[in-house]
Design a protein around this ligand. Structure first.
Ligand code: IPM
Ligand code: MG
Length: 355
């Protein structure tokens, strides 16, 4: 099979981690006899420096031409003072929106080897913690009308959702729950927000097509508390854009480190964009310190969701598991008695374990 990937390293540690993820992907293609065709393009601060804008048309075109996009991270203090319409984050939001990637999957899985990196008590962690956050990605307050008054004394961001937008993401969540443990927790703020009341009613209506799946609702404040009180009550968490952003960072910490969490941003066809959920960590950029595992696991998601290559995806996940089992750690998940590796060494160790 031919795998055509647009590679968008971005800023900060983006290039460091993406380099390792691409080398793992190369190894997968070697072992399983696939052809890898990559096109590397700029977005975020790197594109601002080169072209003066965060998301050049040529970058978007390259992504549209590809089967899938592999993205590192964007942003950094260097571009914090550029005007808001040109911030590096605009590249990420622009890609999600222009490519129609409304469904963001963020699996939070605690590897048994990393229990000591999880800040929760052992009796709360228990065994086999595995949560899938399904985040709506192209609507809500991120993409509503926004503005500020001329005197800079007031500002607003509008949060809006339409029924079809909620329906399609709710369907995805129910479909995914069916293949997992059959439970969806929909998170909203229906005691306050009109959009949340629409969200809840629409989710209930879609649920009628999925009665084999259990559905419950939590307010977002309660959900964030429940995540650390009893994370095992969750299977699939379905939520809107901003709540999903916040809750997925919280869920990631339960898994030991935000450096472990991959993501897939999907639409109805097989196209997808794959990226770690963490940011560009400019303070450690280029220092061979970043953990490449979230990006490498994003490659596994790409193999599974875009290319339908489940054996290949499993081989990547198994290689990560084996590296952890062999005591290999990056700084964010390091504990005494394990072996501390830099970004490149971790990438090679995982690539060497692909078979
Ligand atoms: C994420 C990030 C982005 C978001 C930022 C960088 C725009 O935090 O992917 O979670 O808020 O969606
Ligand atoms: Mg985030």
């Amino acid at each position: 099979m031919e795998l055509r990937i647009a590679v968008v390293p971005g800023d900060g540690i983006g290039p460091d981690i993406v380099r390792e993820a691409v080398s793992v992907l190369k190894k997968v293609c070697e072992v399983f006899n696939h052809t890898l065709v990559t096109e590397t393009v700029l977005a975020g601060g790197a594109a601002i420096d080169e072209y003066g804008i965060p998301l050049p048309e040529s970058t978007l075109d390259a992504c549209k031409r590809a089967d899938a996009v592999l993205l590192g991270a964007v942003g950094g203090p260097k571009w914090d003072n550029v005007e808001s319409s040109k911030r590096p984050e605009k590249a990420l939001l622009g890609l999600r929106s222009a490519l129609g990637l409304f469904c963001n999957l963020r699996p939070a899985l605690l590897y048994k080897q990393l229990k000591s990196a999880c800040p929760l008590r052992a009796d709360i962690i228990g065994e086999g913690l595995d949560i899938m956050v399904v985040r709506e990605l192209t609507g809500g307050i991120y993409f509503g009308e926004k503005g500020k008054s001329e005197d800079g004394e007031s500002a607003y961001d509008i949060m809006a959702y339409s029924k079809p937008e909620v329906e399609r993401i709710a369907r995805k969540a129910f479909e995914i729950a069916r293949k997992r443990n059959g439970k969806v927790t929909s998170v909203d703020k229906a005691n306050v927000l009109e959009t949340s009341r629409l969200w809840r009613a629409t989710t209930e209506a879609v649920h009628k097509e999925y009665e084999d799946v259990e559905l419950n609702h939590l307010y977002v404040d309660n959900a964030s508390m429940q995540l650390v009180r009893n994370p095992h009550q969750f299977d699939v968490i379905l939520t809107e854009n901003m709540f999903g952003d916040i809750l997925s960072d919280e869920a990631s910490m339960i898994t030991g480190s935000i450096g472990m969490l991959p993501s897939a941003s999907l639409r109805e066809d097989s196209f997808g964009m794959y990226e770690p959920i963490h940011g560009s960590a400019p303070d450690i950029a280029g220092m061979d310190k970043a953990n490449p595992i979230a990006t490498i696991l994003s490659v596994a998601m790409m193999l599974r969701y875009t290319f339908g290559l489940s054996d290949e995806a499993a081989s990547v996940e198994k290689a990560v598991y084996d590296a952890l089992e062999d005591g290999l750690r990056c700084a964010d998940i390091y504990s005494e008695g394990t072996t501390l590796l830099g970004t490149a060494a971790m990438g090679s160790a995982i690539a060497a374990r692909i078979r």
